[in-house]
Design a protein around this ligand. Structure first.
Ligand SMILES: [Zn+2]
Length: 447
């Protein structure tokens, strides 16, 4: 039975969903004020730090330090834009239909903001001293690159958010695969190298085609990069994911899944054995650096052959890969003769040796306690999160925010992230709140 506490958490989530924090511009102020007020209700003394008018709420419960350095709970308040026409219900109405609470941010990631807020408030209400400090940061601006949120806190107020551990997105959502219910625990995330590629050619009159057309050269590069799978690289987190997932499956998946970690066999398996193409694409993004063409510009007049043409590419790097190693892979596909301008780059991150890590083990134990049939598995996300910045202060970062979806609804959590009709299962959310509070209070010795 979900607790009374989780009923209050549900109302808090509905309130948060009604604040339109679409980023850009974000406008997180009212949502942040609500979070600060709820923390104050629990006796906490939250501080609000602004970057260019964008608020970040930070609260702390002091511990005695016997368990180690602080545990940081982190969530972002902003959400991505909506395509209103595509929604069945008001994306900022927090309506409940057929057991689901609809709203932009329901899963990315206001529900976890509520998990964190509820856990630290509950901790404060016990009046007991935890074995380590617990910090909660509700930040702005994650969806546009973290500049006014986690990055601002890390660069301008590091003492407020420095921690041994961070718990944030993405993980903890139930993932049903062939009769097995997994709970992924995020232990790694990819880095990025986003760049502009420019081709130069000879300008000319559109009535006289020639073979030095910048647009044609660029089109060749776009096509080649869009169609080529970059080389596969072994990555510990991905191998651990494949092995753990396989161990709970029956044959032949039990034997085939781990073979994906072998760069010599993976292409064959992805192309011939994985019938679900969406799944194949997700698996492939876990095995190599990737690059997606995302925009192109060339030409101003219909009768002029342009002298230059450029395209934008979103490149993503496996942990351990660098922008230089990635761009060498790109050049091997497109050849020379292009100018490359890197717009954004950072490396991926990966927790080495998660088995035996106290927080990782506490999460696994929490899964077993709260859903005895559940199987915890480590995993990497192909995007990036606030952990990119909080991790720079030395925190070991994990993604875990439990939520359960009924298996019969066949909802893939990942497809709801940034998708239309984003929604969270009401009972699954309430179960998750209780599980998360149990995890946090247990980890810091207050139960
Ligand atoms: Zn998010």
């Amino acid at each position: 039975m979900p607790s009374e506490l989780s009923a209050t958490a549900l109302e808090d989530l509905r309130t948060l969903l009604r604040f339109d924090t679409t980023n850009p511009p974000g406008n997180e102020g009212p949502a942040a004020a609500f979070v600060a007020a709820r923390l104050a209700d629990a006796g906490l003394e939250p501080v609000t730090l602004e970057s260019d008018g964008r608020p970040n709420v930070v609260a702390r419960v002091a511990g005695d330090g016997s368990g180690g350095g602080p545990l940081l709970l982190a969530g972002h308040l902003d959400v991505v834009p909506v395509d209103r026409d595509q929604w069945d219900h008001d994306p900022f109405g927090a309506e409940i239909h057929d057991g689901y609470l609809f709203g932009r941010g329901a899963i990315d990631m206001k529900y976890m903001v509520v998990h964190c807020m509820t856990a630290i408030s509950e901790l404060a209400r016990t009046g007991k001293r935890p074995t380590r400090d617990v910090i909660f940061a509700a930040v702005s601006d994650e969806e546009e690159g973290c500049r006014h949120g986690s990055r601002f806190l890390v660069e301008q107020h590091p003492d407020l958010v420095r921690a041994d551990y961070m718990l944030g997105e993405f993980g903890g959502f139930s993932l049903d695969v062939k009769g097995v219910r997994y709970y992924p625990i995020q232990v790694a995330e990819k880095g990025a190298c986003q760049f502009r590629l420019t081709a130069t050619g000879a300008p000319g009159h559109g009535s006289v085609p020639h073979d030095d057309n910048a647009l044609v050269k660029l089109a060749g590069a776009i096509h080649a990069l869009g169609k080529t799978r970059l080389p596969m690289h072994r990555c510990r987190a991905v191998e651990a994911f494949l092995v753990a997932m396989a161990a709970a499956q029956a044959a032949p998946d039990r034997w085939v899944l781990p073979l994906l970690a072998n760069p010599a066999l993976a292409p064959l398996i992805l192309d011939k054995l994985v019938a679900d193409r969406g799944l194949a694409a997700t698996l492939a993004a876990n095995l190599s650096n990737t690059v997606s063409p995302t925009g192109a510009t060339a030409g101003k007049k219909i009768n002029v052959i342009p002298g230059q043409a450029s395209a934008l590419f979103d490149g993503r790097l496996l942990p351990g890969q660098t922008a230089a190693s990635f761009l060498a892979e790109v050049r091997a596909v497109i050849g020379d003769g292009f100018e490359v301008e890197v717009i954004n780059e950072f490396e991926g991150r990966e927790n080495t040796q998660v088995a035996g890590d106290p927080l990782y083990e506490a999460i696994c134990a929490n899964v077993k306690r709260t859903d005895p049939s559940g199987v915890p598995i480590p995993y990497m996300i192909t995007g990036f999160t606030d952990a990119q910045y909080f991790g720079r202060l030395g925190a070991r970062c994990f993604g875990y925010a439990p939520v359960r979806y009924p298996v019969e609804d066949q909802i893939r959590f990942n497809t709801l992230v940034h998708g239309h009709n984003e929604r969270i299962h009401v009972d699954g959310f309430r179960w998750g709140v209780d599980a998360f509070v149990d995890l946090v209070l247990g980890f810091v010795g207050v139960k």
